[in-house]
Design a protein around this ligand. Structure first.
Ligand code: PEP
Ligand code: MN
Length: 334
């Protein structure tokens, strides 16, 4: 971090600042020029509050020269991370196809969808049991019973299961769930992230509705700095002024996240667009942009789905989508 002081700052004020910076556990390199003084902070500046320094009246500008995320940073870990979920690998050329309904609704529903998506090429099954709904009057999920139905579907198909956890207190219920999803609304639930960091579970961390890539990576850092390196990032669309879509799929996040971080990046075109017929084109585009996998909502009866029917595709549509994705991967992956 570099701090440029205002011209003609009094020496005692400058020294007070340098002394205080020293107490933050970083080294301070001072360069006194004819008009201005520049302080270079050396060492781990992740805990230094840049905005606080910027607000001091003797400071002209502050600039970070290294990112505050360390464990997620590609600079400190040049090779791609591969997250292992049973036999399925994600990242560094290993592509995952996660598919299933928004919510688990019944045994027949989840088992039928699991079999259909597996036949189409999916290698993981998703299904929400704890649902973060905007309205408290909407279906909230089958909770522990939903997780039990996912286990049955796993047993029937062999597909690892992915399900959203909203509260750290529910962790014991998720003990044998293969991937724990942190939803967009919980991306900055720091207590939940810290708790997930104490497990070794693969975590699918979704980008918040209005969060930057840096914030997404800092949330990954919460999990990783508590000991869990098994993080998969997920771009699922952000809020913009786009009027025809539920969200705007920020596809440029894919190559940028790959540049900034070694963690795998999965794209969810279902929540990003909110429209079933938009899912396949954006899945293909995400694949070409270099995504390490796709998370797609598939339902056997979308008009009667208890959650997110409008964006859910049918198994036969998923089959076509999967074939297109495979074709794109053969010719045009960034
Ligand atoms: C979901 O995957 O069903 C979900 C609620 O996603 P998001 O958190 O991205 O809205
Ligand atoms: Mn959903």
């Amino acid at each position: 971090m570099i701090i440029v002081l205002k011209p003609d700052v009094e020496q005692n004020k400058r020294e007070q600042l340098i002394d205080w910076l020293g107490t933050l556990g970083v080294g301070v390199h001072t360069s006194v020029g004819e008009y201005q003084t520049v302080l270079g902070l050396i060492g781990d500046t992740a805990g230094v509050d840049m905005d606080l320094i910027d607000s001091l009246d003797i400071v002209e500008t502050v600039k970070r020269v290294s990112e505050p995320f360390k464990r997620a940073n590609r600079k400190f870990h040049p090779e791609d991370t591969v997250v292992e979920v049973g036999d399925v690998r994600v990242g560094s050329g290993h592509f995952c196809m996660i598919a299933g309904p928004c919510s688990v609704e019944s045994e027949d529903q989840i088992v039928a969808i699991a079999k259909a998506v597996k036949a189409a090429g999916a290698n993981m099954l998703r299904g929400g049991a704890f649902k973060p709904r905007t309205s408290p009057y909407d279906f909230q999920g089958l909770k522990a019973d939903g997780l039990e139905l996912l286990r049955i579907a796993r047993q029937e198909t062999g597909l690892p299961i992915v399900s959203e956890i909203m509260n750290a207190a529910d962790l014991p219920l998720f003990e044998d769930i293969d991937v724990l999803q942190v939803g967009a609304r919980n991306m900055q639930n720091f207590d939940l992230l810290k708790e997930l960091g104490t497990t070794k579970k693969p975590i699918l961390l979704k980008r918040g509705l209005a969060n930057t890539l840096r914030e997404l990576l800092m949330s990954a850092e919460y999990i990783m700095s508590n000991g869990n390196e098994n993080v998969i990032l997920c771009e699922r669309g952000i809020r913009t002024f786009g009027d025809y879509f539920r969200n705007t799929l920020d596809l440029s996040a894919v190559p940028m996240l790959h540049e900034l971080s070694h963690l795998p990046v999965v794209v969810d075109p279902s929540h990003a667009t909110g429209i079933a017929r938009m899912v396949a084109p954006m899945a293909v585009a995400a694949t070409a942009a270099g995504a390490d996998g796709l998370l797609i909502e598939v339902h056997n009866d979308p008009p009667h789905a208890l959650c997110d029917g409008a964006q859910s595709i049918r198994p036969e549509e998923y089959e076509k989508l999967a074939a297109k994705v495979r074709a794109v991967r053969e010719v045009a992956v960034c």
